[in-house]
Write a protein that binds this ligand. Structure first.
Ligand code: ACM
Length: 644
């Protein structure tokens, strides 16, 4: 950790650190020059837009609404003309001649003791400038109800700001668990506070098809519904015939158009994903003829029961959850689906998934073997490549570009496809070397469905991604053309996410880290200052009644086997200034217990280690109880179970 901190500190321009004082803007702006004094919002003030365009007007209306909720002020929005002369007013001004230094999304924000002036080339810049302004107001601005007796002040300063990457995405899986249209809007509301501009919408998977497709009504009549199960997804008992299949839902085309417009008003594009040829059990349950495996008509939309055979190595499925690459009906189906999709989503790309396609059924299937012979495909990877190339033709024919997970490289990439690199950076590197566009989203830095603190207290997921690791993400690898790296995204898979409170816990603050990686210059990254700002944002989340993970306050506990066979534990912390206290006697440690500040041998008869972090005599971490059997697994003395 120390190494990461040091590395991130090295490139930091000194003036950013010393001059921004207690400002807590995330993502960190490109340039901040602090002045003297402050601006105070005036209840009689107005927001003026310099132009008359509808987009700027919407930005001003949204800012007035955001400011109005907690202040109770009804700020007037004025279109065109000059800002009134009385103090406390806000001006959103579009540049008459383009300022090349800030591009399409950048802005300048000038706060004096009398006025706030945001300038930009495009309304998107005015919107991002407004987000920055909102973040500088006292935390109570986040409240959903009026708060009295707050002086709504912002420090006098000058900001120049623009993004590092144009693709700043968040992937939201609404298939594993369905989230309503209103919940998706709240997700977008939270994204834009941190200047994300792309919602990658994972709309289909084994557990549910979520888009109304008029030419294939069973997709939502049948494919959108499974059996409600609660617990740890992945190992649920298989549903019985008599259990009701009433859990799930879908978006009508009108719902989706409404979401596209809602996102567009906030300068967010929506990238739709239809995941094929794997992850398609919901599709096959709706239309079994799209499978080439006999018996597919008995398949059911997955309810979280076991489907993959991980012990076989690679991606091997217990049920054939793939669309048949040797069946022309599949291509007719995809043509119709992408026709309807392109009418809903104007974004230039359509995502075809392409990940984790189990090919064990293809290897034995006479239709697939026949296709291989006919098309001279030497293995099942080339079969998938054949499939991807055909899908690309369909997608291109709808006027859209194809993007897919990095498996679409296997067996040969389609000629114009963009690649989303998730199994590390290597797929992205390879695609960029072949001249293709790339979005970086490696599991190691971007999978925000992973656990964020000690496994003993986190809802179980198979891997961990701590905040510091999210923050250490660098999307542009050495040796590739940076122009081909469009940006990156954080991915929220929802197998283990059953409700929006937990969703918020998983997204924040890691979503803040990815936002800063994608927006701010690499040279301004500073872990210590970032975590100071994150703490400030936690108070804003508290004011808004939103959940977040306090995991950065918790210790990282490691265990190893000593030469004499005993277990040795050690604690590390992501933040400076934390003290870890412990017990082995089953009591709850506090700051009067001993500190765990070096390697410690676990007493032979101990049943559990308990630890908690304090800072300046105040508990900031959570009480973590780790049974000794778990420490033995960490030390490699006992074997991990499948559930571990
Ligand atoms: C993925 O995580 N299967 C793209």
């Amino acid at each position: 950790m120390k190494k990461i901190i040091l590395l991130l500190l090295v490139g930091l321009p000194v003036w950013v650190m010393c001059q921004t004082g207690n400002l807590s803007i995330i993502p960190q702006p490109v340039q901040v020059k602090m002045g003297e004094g402050s601006f105070e919002l005036n209840p009689a003030a107005s927001i003026t837009i310099s132009g008359v365009d509808a987009e700027s007007r919407k930005v001003a209306d949204m800012l007035a609404a955001e400011l109005g909720r907690a202040t109770g002020y009804s700020l007037t929005v004025r279109t065109g003309g000059m800002m009134p002369r009385n103090t406390g007013n806000i001006l959103l001004s579009l540049n008459k001649s383009t300022d090349a230094s800030i591009g399409n999304e950048g802005y300048t924000l000038k706060v004096t003791d009398a006025t706030v002036i945001i300038t930009a080339n495009k309304p998107a810049g005015l919107f991002y400038g407004s987000q920055t302004f909102l973040q500088m107001l006292p935390k109570d601005i986040e409240s959903n109800t009026k708060i009295e007796n707050v002086s709504w002040k912002v420090p006098v300063l000058d900001i120049l700001d623009y993004p590092r990457f144009g693709w700043r995405g968040m992937m939201f899986d609404v298939s594993r668990h369905f989230f309503t249209k209103e919940e998706v809007k709240r997700f977008i509301d939270d994204m834009v506070k941190y200047k994300y501009n792309l919602l990658h919408f994972h709309l289909t998977d084994d557990e549910g098809w979520r888009i109304e497709i008029k030419s294939y009504p069973n997709l939502t009549k049948v494919g959108a519904w499974n059996v409600k199960k609660v617990g740890t997804f992945g190992n649920f008992t298989p549903p019985t015939e008599d259990e009701p299949r009433d859990y799930g839902g879908f978006y009508t085309q009108e719902d989706l158009k409404e979401l596209v417009q809602y996102a567009k008003d906030r300068f967010v594009d929506i990238l739709p994903e239809v995941d094929v040829p794997g992850h398609s059990l919901a599709t096959i349950t709706s239309y079994p003829e799209l499978s080439c495996t006999p018996g597919a008509e008995k398949y059911k939309v997955r309810s979280g029961e076991k489907i993959m055979n991980w012990s076989a190595g690679g991606f091997s499925a217990l049920y054939d959850n793939t669309l048949c690459p040797a069946n022309e009906k599949v291509y007719t189906f995809l043509d119709k689906v992408f026709t309807e999709l392109a009418q809903i989503f104007p974004f230039p790309y359509i995502h075809m998934g392409g990940d984790e396609c189990a090919k064990n059924f293809w290897e034995k299937n006479p239709q697939v073997l026949e296709l291989m012979k006919k098309e001279k495909l030497k293995d099942v990877h080339e079969v998938q490549s054949y499939f991807v190339k055909r899908v690309e033709k369909i997608v291109n024919a709808k006027g859209r570009k194809l993007i897919g997970w990095d498996e679409i490289l296997e067996g040969g990439l389609a000629p114009n496809a963009a690649v989303m690199s998730w199994r590390g950076m290597k797929g992205g590197i390879e695609a960029a070397k072949q001249g293709h566009e790339v979005v970086m989203t490696p599991t190691t830095f971007c999978y925000i469905d992973f656990m964020q603190a000690d496994r003993a207290i986190e809802p179980p997921v198979y891997s961990t991604l701590r905040l510091s690791k999210s923050y250490a993400f660098e999307p542009v690898p050495d040796g590739v053309d940076p122009k081909l790296i469009k940006g990156g995204q954080a991915n929220l898979w929802t197998e283990q996410i059953y409700n929006t409170r937990h969703l918020q816990y998983m997204v924040w603050p890691r979503g803040m880290a990815t936002a800063e990686v994608l927006w701010s210059p690499k040279t301004t990254r500073n872990w210590t200052d970032f975590t100071r700002r994150v703490e400030n944002h936690f108070t804003r989340f508290d004011a808004a009644g939103k959940k977040y993970a306090p995991s950065m306050f918790d210790p990282i506990i490691k265990a190893r086997k000593a030469d004499n066979g005993s277990i040795v534990v050690e604690a590390e912390n992501e933040l400076e200034g934390l003290d870890t206290y412990y017990s082995f006697d089953n009591s709850f440690p506090d700051q009067y217990y001993q500190k765990l500040n070096g390697p410690l041998t676990v007493p032979t008869d101990a049943a559990a280690l308990r630890v908690i972090n304090y800072r300046n005599g105040k508990a900031v971490g959570r009480m973590i109880t780790i049974p000794i059997v778990d420490l033995k697994k960490r030390a490699g003395i006992l074997k991990m179970d499948a559930e571990d």
